[in-house]
Ligand binder design. Structure first.
Ligand SMILES: Cc1ncc(COP(=O)(O)O)c(C=O)c1O
Length: 364
């Protein structure tokens, strides 16, 4: 028997979240962002749920190849563009649209031999200061690209640094709009947070939107909004089982470092899940967890293969009881991944991406 821990990918929830994100910008086309192996879900596993998207956006050429192998003939976009000149051959062969964010990528493209010109997303650094041409250098990059026979249509892209917070997108949007005012081409600006929070604003609406995390059922601006408030559903559930129970007396402690001590008699369970499965070691006592669908809390330190949980709210639970670390329990109760991430001092993105290779995945 394998250890009882399993990750479940919920196809219907992916479909629902895609519909939900589309509704937030009904006139825009939707890139489903599936980088990092679809935020840890597995590209092949999310494909069915997201195939109603207008395109797939990702980073790795290997992932682009996998999307094509699934039979997807629509747009595929390399969000960071190419890393070296020979990547352009694969772009030609697989018809990949790609970002150009620096002069080196323009140079590579100018030397590339291709029969079919490439569809380009020219990226502006409007304030994030990661990738892209500054507003003052953007136009000359556009002019240079526009003169290359290797280039077909040029779309314009920028990425917001504060779409999830109080600073918002207005300043970057103004920079982008002003610097691209008279340039032709489609525009794309919105990640999940910008899409859900700002895309209703005419000035922000664009030809394409690029949601990632919202498709996977995590609120991009948690705790200001929850998954439920954005009408998103969990797409990844991490479930395991109790493999032991203990009756603690007042003064008994639990696990490494004796980080939890009972102040009264209580029952606790031991879950087959630890940091080697991708559950964050930084989760303190009190991190929410579901046992048989009933909300309770973790106790003490997370160890490599086990976690302790308080069975006080679920006295019926025993050996073999289902434990939902995040996501949806079999009987339907939901523990948002964002709550577990918050307890660990991180974000849902990191938890999804960190589920380890020893955890088996099941398509639900
Ligand atoms: C350029 C770009 N667009 C869109 C996204 C999707 O962002 P999110 O998952 O926050 O929706 C990302 C992710 O980091 C990105 O880098």
């Amino acid at each position: 028997m394998p250890r009882p821990i399993q990750a479940f990918v919920h196809t219907d929830a992916l479909r629902h979240n895609l519909t939900r994100t589309r509704a937030a910008a009904p006139d825009a086309r939707v890139w489903a962002v599936v980088k990092a192996n679809a935020y840890g879900h597995g590209i092949e596993r999310v494909f069915e749920g997201l195939r109603a998207a207008d395109g797939f956006a990702l980073l790795d050429l290997d992932e682009a190849q996998r999307i094509r192998s699934l039979g997807w003939r629509g747009p595929v976009w390399l969000l960071e563009g190419v890393f070296e000149a020979r990547d352009l051959e694969l772009c030609s062969r697989l018809d990949l649209w790609h970002t150009v964010h620096c002069e080196e990528q323009v140079d590579m493209l100018s030397r590339h031999k291709t029969q079919v010109p490439h569809r380009i997303f020219l990226k502006m650094n409007s304030g994030m200061n990661r990738l892209g041409f500054t507003p003052t250098r953007f136009r000359s990059a556009w002019t240079r690209l526009n003169q290359l026979p290797q280039v077909d249509e040029i779309s314009l892209v920028t990425h917001f640094s504060d779409a999830d917070g109080s600073a918002g997108v207005a300043q970057q949007m103004a920079v982008f709009a002003q610097a691209t005012d008279d340039l032709p081409g489609e525009r794309t600006t919105c990640n999940s947070a910008a899409l859900l929070r700002h895309a209703a604003d005419e000035a922000v609406a664009a030809d394409w939107v690029r949601p990632g995390i919202a498709l996977y059922g995590s609120a991009p601006d948690f705790p200001e909004h929850t998954m439920a408030q954005w009408d998103l559903q969990p797409t990844l559930s991490l479930r395991s089982r109790l493999i032991a129970t203990q009756d603690l007396q007042a003064g008994d402690s639990v696990g490494y470092g004796s980080a939890f001590t009972a102040d009264a008699p209580m029952r606790m369970g031991v879950v087959a899940c630890g940091y080697a499965d991708g559950y964050p070691r930084h989760c303190p006592t009190g991190t929410p967890v579901l046992v048989d669908g009933v909300r309770t809390r973790t106790l003490g330190r997370v160890s490599m293969d086990m976690i302790a949980v308080d069975l006080t709210p679920c006295p019926q639970a025993g050996f073999g009881s289902e434990v939902t670390l995040w996501g949806k329990a079999s009987q339907g109760a939901v523990l948002p991944i964002d709550e577990v991430a918050q307890a660990a001092g991180t974000v849902g993105y990191e938890l999804m991406c960190a589920v380890s290779s020893r955890v088996g995945f099941t398509l639900d």
